[in-house]
Ligand binder design. Structure first.
Ligand code: BT5
Length: 258
């Protein structure tokens, strides 16, 4: 990826910036660096991953050189229970950055997807994988990994996942990945200042969530639940109103429309 340094406007995020043409997973590199004391703001970016991951050890696939694959290291002044705030923050910054460089309208899907909404559902543009290092109940570090489909040829998208989309496929125009990364990091830096409060972040995230108020099916590790996605709380948990009237608080899961 050319020209990253020329695009960077941030003071902390992207300093240092580690670029690799290929690696296993940028999240793994960032976590190893975190464990060795790397500073907050460290960013790892790769043109290709040989073992890109989603949640629950799912694969994240991206043809070499087509996507933004990066991981950002935070050392937030927050307890472990608030780690989701970094997912919210990075998802919002990524959605803003995609809109800025491409003009696309981007929505979020609880808990960790960037989507393009369609008449009867959505297509997945990007995914976010948040991993933590903890000491007791305190966060030592948080690594947020983002995979954004940028210039993936349209005909390759079905090989990545059903319903996958990308910026090029949506707009017909390729985007400079370095400019997208710089816009992402600028957004992260701007929003990170308010992380301890969390109220504005929550309001912005809620406003972008495409799933609120809708009948959904949520698959968690243990069960499949139906209900209305009523709201998300300050720490990013989904409050689901089930048919028997209970309000269930879910911290993780996969959402589909009913
Ligand atoms: C995610 O997981 O969506 C988080 C993806 C995070 C990837 C980044 S890339 C940089 C950093 N380093 C890593 O190793 N990971 C992070 P999840 O919600 O579990 O969704 C995973 C599912 O998305 C897969 O099971 C596929 O169905 C689908 N998928 C895989 N590749 C895709 C792609 N390129 N576009 C759209 N969907 C994809």
């Amino acid at each position: 990826m050319n020209g990253i340094q020329e695009h960077l406007e941030t003071e902390h995020f992207g300093h240092p910036l580690v670029y690799m043409s290929t690696t296993g997973s940028t999240n793994d590199v960032a976590k190893e660096m975190a464990a060795r004391g790397a500073p907050e703001g460290t960013v790892v970016v790769a043109d290709e991953q040989t073992a890109g991951r989603g949640r629950l050890d799912r694969r994240w696939l991206a043809p070499a050189g087509t996507s933004l694959l990066c991981s950002i290291l935070f050392r937030p002044p927050l307890p472990l229970s608030r780690a989701n705030r970094l997912t919210m923050l990075c998802s919002l910054a990524a959605a803003d950055a995609v809109e800025e460089v491409s003009g696309l309208l981007v929505d979020l899907k609880w808990p960790n997807d960037l989507i393009i909404s369609t008449k009867d559902g959505w297509r997945k543009l990007a995914g976010v994988l948040t991993e933590t290092g903890v000491t007791g109940m305190e966060l030592d570090f948080v690594v947020v990994g983002l995979g954004i489909n940028v210039n993936v040829p349209r005909e390759v998208l079905p090989d990545l996942a059903p319903g996958a989309t990308g910026i090029l496929a949506e707009t017909g125009r390729a985007v400079d990945r370095a400019a997208l990364l710089a816009a992402l990091l600028a957004g992260v830096e701007a929003r990170y200042a308010g992380i301890e409060d969390g109220v504005r972040l929550h309001a912005a995230w809620t406003a972008r969530l495409a799933t609120l108020g809708r009948q959904v099916i949520v698959t968690t590790g243990q069960e499949v639940l139906r209900g209305v996605a009523e709201e998300v709380d300050l720490d990013g948990a989904l409050l689901l109103r089930t048919p028997d009237g209970d309000l269930r608080r879910l911290v993780a899961g996969d959402v589909t429309l009913r």
